[in-house]
Ligand binder design. Structure first.
Ligand SMILES: [Zn+2]
Ligand SMILES: [Zn+2]
Length: 364
């Protein structure tokens, strides 16, 4: 009979490492044998549970194989049992026994691999984000239909408060014998018990909410943090947020970012680039021009700032506003590059023509 370390620590199967640690500290303090009312047996049990659940790798193995994986529960290890070969005398003319044994051992490897790989599916989704969000980052929540851990039984499959009992199908071993016949005679293999899914124990009363499945389909609100500076086509990985699986780890969620192009700004590395159309006279004499920026109040309205166009600027010149681009690292940003263009009228008035021909005489 394997021990339920989750129950010992009083945490759910989906508890974070932080929650496990907190529960352990609280209980260890409470039951410390040096304390009045302490309980050495209980204290040892808590320590044993924490040694497993407090370690990512050990916890993963425990979730898959139960405490038998650590030689403490005494349960049978999954694997092959060759007792069926006892009545086999090896004389099967023309059959290459090496190949057959190879197959059997291959099957053994395959069996362990498939147990290790028990994991929920990954989910991919794409998310449209505004250009501004991609530059400064943001938070989104999306509603996702997926298999999640039941939050009534917290993934244990047991009705809250219900005790666990030994699985009667596998007698608590978590494995069942399967017989297979071949030309070599019959031999048996050990397979995971489907009733308890290899745990060796089942709840006395199954959780009514998930009908003992530990997981169920539901809509879940997923919060997605969009990091500042994310590029179009990049994906955010949310570990463990994919499809949950009873008796295995959940898959991952991949959020592919689709940046909606901005009417004014475009991105080159960490720099933002925009075009500014100014009157020829302003480019010659110099002056100020109001431009939109991405900065501004958080409601998404863009702010405006004045930029100084230097005297005798020409089309194609670039004005550089330092630290107004895409955040690179804490307190460090790319630049805003403003590409100058001439803004010409649709047609020339008589007066404009006269003034410009005077300018032409001035060499302009
Ligand atoms: Zn449940
Ligand atoms: Zn069983």
């Amino acid at each position: 009979m394997s021990k339920d370390y989750y129950e010992i620590l009083g945490v759910g199967k989906s508890a974070s490492q932080e929650e496990v640690k907190r529960a352990y500290r609280k209980l260890a303090h409470q039951h410390h044998p040096d304390k009045k009312g302490g309980d050495e047996k209980k204290f040892k049990e808590i320590n044993e549970a924490y040694q497993i659940l407090g370690d990512d790798e050990k916890r993963r193995r425990y979730d898959q194989f139960g405490s038998a994986a650590f030689g403490q529960g005494g349960g049978a290890q999954p694997g092959w049992d060759f007792s069926g070969f006892q009545d086999f005398d090896g004389n099967f003319g023309g059959v290459d026994l090496g190949d057959i044994f190879g197959d059997i051992f291959g099957g053994f490897g395959g069996f362990s691999r498939s147990r290790r790989a028990k994991r929920g599916s990954d989910i991919s989704l794409s998310l449209d984000v505004s250009f501004r969000e991609s530059v400064f980052g943001g938070a989104r929540s999306v509603l996702l239909d997926k298999t999640s851990l039941c939050d009534i039984c917290r993934g244990s499959g047991a009705e809250p408060g219900s005790h666990v009992k030994k699985c009667d199908t596998c007698q608590g071993t978590g494995t069942v014998r399967e017989s297979r016949r071949s030309i070599l005679g019959s031999f048996t293999s050990l397979a995971e018990c489907s009733k308890c899914r290899g745990k060796g124990e089942i709840p006395e009363h199954f959780c009514k909410h998930c009908r003992g499945q530990s997981v169920l389909k539901k809509q879940e609100n997923i919060n997605i943090q969009i990091p500042a500076g994310i590029r179009d086509g990049e994906a955010i990985k949310l570990t463990g947020m994919g499809e949950a699986l009873s008796g295995g780890a959940a898959g991952d969620l991949y959020v592919k970012i689709n940046v909606i192009p901005h009417p004014i700004f475009r991105r080159e590395g960490f720099d933002l680039v925009m075009d500014l159309y100014a009157q020829p006279s302003k480019m010659i004499l110099g002056g100020e021009e109001a431009i939109e920026t991405l900065e501004g109040p958080p409601d998404g309205r863009a702010g405006k700032i004045l930029v100084r166009i230097p005297e005798l600027s020409k089309a194609g010149d670039i004005l550089r506003l330092r630290q107004k681009g895409v955040p690179k690292s804490r307190g460090n940003r790319g630049d805003l590059l403003i590409v100058l263009h001439q803004k010409l009228p649709k047609k020339l008035s008589h007066e404009a023509r006269r003034l410009l021909s005077d300018l032409e005489k001035e060499g302009l």
